[in-house]
Ligand binder design. Sequence first.
Ligand SMILES: Nc1ncnc2c1ncn2[C@@H]1O[C@H](COP(=O)(O)OP(=O)(O)O)[C@@H](O)[C@H]1O
Ligand SMILES: [Mg+2]
Length: 242
Amino acid sequence: MPASDPAAVGVRSLRFRWRARDPDVLALDRLEIARGQRVFLAGPSGSGKTSLLSLVAGVLVPSSGTVEVLGTALKTLSAARWDAFRTRHIGMVFQMFNLLPYLSLLENVLLACRFSEARLRRAAPEGRSPAEEARRLLESLDLDPEALAGRPVARLSIGQQRRVAVARALIGRPEIILCDEPTSALDADRRRAFVDLLFREVEAAGATLIFASHDLRLAPLFDRVVELREASVPAPERSPCR
Ligand SMILES: Nc1ncnc2c1ncn2[C@@H]1O[C@H](COP(=O)(O)OP(=O)(O)O)[C@@H](O)[C@H]1O
Ligand SMILES: [Mg+2]
């Protein structure tokens, strides 16, 4: 049975390799992320950041060891039940934003609620509609859904698509938000502004944030830095200077 208030993410003796005969790309003996923490996942390109986020999301399966999300071990659920669990509890912003090109901004955001009753309910607090909540999120991320209405997402800039992907990850307040290099194409000012917006919404939702980036300049903004090294011997944790 899960404990009454389990950690957001718990990792034990985790090893991951792409093929049985390949070396491990990730070896993490222990990682515990408390609820509400904002974690900066650092490490050079190839150190396993995307792999670790995918393992937490259950998109990849550990070669050995366990990954628990909110006290539920991934391997105890069938693929179908894990999909339902992930849709309900995890919002993801991956490098390819995975927006559906033929849907509008609003429809793309609302997609996250379509497969989860719980997120649909939480996206409509106090009699408001999920569409109103989607609009509020887009506006808080500095997008104007009215001005951009009718424009297919494929014709938005990368920065705009990124914001749509973030709104989709946040709607219905999933407990855990995973972001993979979401600021990689931004200049320094916009990077900071983007992180501020993200923090504001993550805090309002009481969510846990895991934010992977190779750009250490953002690290001091976070509660905690977890650094992966190449070949994934985890480095000692840095204390972020706040
Ligand atoms: N689909 C894949 N098949 C085989 N190896 C991969 C695949 N994706 C990534 N890798 C390798 O796994 C290692 C970790 O990659 P990744 O998790 O993407 O690191 P990061 O996100 O830190 O750049 C790298 O050596 C990378 O080349
Ligand atoms: Mg990566």
